[in-house]
Design a protein around this ligand. Sequence first.
Ligand code: FE2
Length: 203
Amino acid sequence: MSFKFPELPYSYDALEPHIDARTMELHYSKHHQGYFKKFMAAVEGTDNANKSIEEIFTNISKESNGLRNNGGGYYNHTVFWNSMAPNGGGNPSGKLADAINAKWGNFDKFKEEFANAAATRFGSGWAWLIVDDSGNLAITSTANQDNNLMNTESVHGRPILGLDVWEHAYYLNYQNRRPDYIAAFFSVANWDYAAGQFDKFSA
Ligand code: FE2
């Protein structure tokens, strides 16, 4: 099997004060680890064991809810850790910045729309910046642990930046104040990662 539980690219306290160390520790070592273990148990001994996670998502409508939730949880959190960095924040640059400006007019307008997608996702889910199948940027939001690689989503594409809006991602530090957490995310957003993914998927 080619699935690996990824290392966290920084220490638990590296995103303080925006994302607190205790939340990071629980989120990574309990939640993410839990999704990964259950995903591994679900694919072990099946045809899915030899597929890539992207291939599994392509046919996820035929799979159990357990595989869908845990496979999504495994993949989505990997994107999420990379979507933040201790020296993150600021604005994107290069081709990604050009594409954001072309699509939304300016970065602030993009931020507003992304924050709105994250804030209005009812219950648990994600906000994404994706490159859709035509190579264009789009802001999306998915429920639970779904993502836009899954064939259950009407908009299909690859995530280049993801924000977890499950309460487990922010409740210890922000309680019910999801908008404050969303603002904090922009202070650590990893635009270098997003730009690299954009170059790869928009080519
Ligand atoms: Fe999470």
